[in-house]
Design a protein around this ligand. Sequence first.
Ligand SMILES: [Zn+2]
Length: 266
Amino acid sequence: MSKIFRVALCVFTLYLTGCSAINVEKKYRSNSYDNRIQWIVLHYTSADFEDSLHLLTNTAVSSHYLISEQPVKVYQLVDESNRAWHAGDSSWRGRTWLNATSIGIELVHPGYTEQAGERIWHDWSTEQIDSLIVLLHDILYRYQLPIESVIGHSDIAPQRKVDPGPKFPWSRLAQEGMIRWPLTTDIDFYEPIFLVELPDALWFQEQLAALGYAIHQSAEFDEQTQRVISVLQMKYRPSDFSGTADAETAAILQSLTEQQKQAQEK
Ligand SMILES: [Zn+2]
């Protein structure tokens, strides 16, 4: 039998059998598995729609979804079953390279513009955030993802990324039950205590690591620690995200880690 004939016969057999070469028995099933998708990572594109679309469809960068700004529309660029290339070198809760375990959503948004050496951060349109929230609810429901599954690119790569930035309305995601939020009662209780004595650098590093941030426990307020503190402040206390450790930031951390601990104990 010639090689060409054998290949042709094989292709014909596959065609007749519905393209299934082997019969796989699915009678016995295991319950020991979880979703490949663990997190949803939010980004902004720092570009207009045309440039964002070009970048995400013609270069080595991609995302599962792209949400335009004016008009607001949700585009799917990569199937959820495939990995999109949006996270890069990243780490969260001890896991690294999050492309494999996440869905990436890019929002068309300029981020910031530099004016006289100062960063001017741009506001977000309510309509675009409304669409994002509908999409997030849909994904969270389909994969049955728990609270705190929606994270920012800056959370998973705080040393090199700032998106979605300090103007992104994380508090709206908290209102939707997607992320935890520092409790006012906790802030009122802990801030005066931390004003008297600010916890040391190692305490800050331990709390940040407990939330999921990749941070070297150097016991110093070094540059890498300030960057992570800045990213946390952008999210929960955007009025000042200088990265300087202060009593309010310590109270925010205390509230968030306490809530996390209580949820884990349940
Ligand atoms: Zn990003």
